[in-house]
Design a protein. Structure first.
Length: 224
């Protein structure tokens, strides 16, 4: 299955605010039910095991409602792991009030070097073309102390079929259109590895595959 670049409605400034909210609610449910939260939780657990740390400051990029780090943090407390979460998104309308959040560009993060232990993203990488993805990884590594975590989809014909089958679960037409586009735009693990390793600076990259065509990536900060 070839990668097809298709614009997503939620990325457009013309998406009606009501549909933005409905689609982000759909994404929250999808992440809870179909492996999104579990993938991020396992990536954080892996970093905790490798570093011996039990507390992490975490910047969630392209965060939307911030459901993934919020629920992952709740689940990780059972293992004695705590998260101090900050959210970043390009659009103020994507963020919920009451959270520690900032509106900014993920490719030009407005933070000093080593500002957070972890920089994480969920369902963001497939929105980026290879040069942008490399730039994001470099920028995220700059502001991280331990690692960058990428939680994204795996492109596969069966995954696409499952998205179509899941249309009745989606309340917004935006979710249905963008769900199909997301799978078509997604990378496969080897593509992701090659993109992240193709920069001039050597990196240690760990990839794992998770429930329902989810990919987990850890890009380690040098010396970790």
């Amino acid at each position: 299955m070839q990668r097809v670049i298709t614009p997503e409605i939620l990325d457009s400034a013309d998406c009606p605010p009501r549909e933005v909210g409905k689609s982000l609610c759909d994404l929250s449910r999808i992440n809870r039910w179909f492996g999104g939260v579990a993938t991020t939780r396992r990536l954080i657990d892996r970093v905790a095991a490798a570093t011996g740390k039990k507390h992490f400051s975490l910047l969630e990029v392209a965060a939307g409602f911030g459901e993934v780090p919020k629920v992952a943090a709740q689940q990780l407390t059972r293992k004695g792991i705590t998260l101090d979460v900050s959210l970043l998104d390009r659009a103020h309308s994507h963020l919920l009030p009451g959270n520690r959040s900032v509106v900014a560009d993920a490719l030009a993060l407005p933070f000093p070097d080593r500002a957070f232990d972890l920089v994480s993203s969920s369902l963001f990488a497939h929105h980026l073309e290879p040069p942008e993805l490399k730039r994001f990884a470099s920028e995220a590594l700059r502001v991280s102390r331990c690692a960058v975590l990428i939680n994204d989809l795996i492109r596969h014909p069966l995954h696409l079929a499952l998205v179509y089958a899941g249309f009745p679960l989606m309340r917004s037409y935006v979710s249905r259109v963008d769900g199909v586009a997301s799978v078509r735009r997604a990378y496969v693990p080897e593509e992701m590895r090659q993109i992240l390793l193709s920069d001039t600076e050597p990196r240690k990259v760990e990839l794992s595959q998770h429930y329902l065509f989810r990919m987990g990536v850890i890009v380690w900060k040098k010396n970790n």
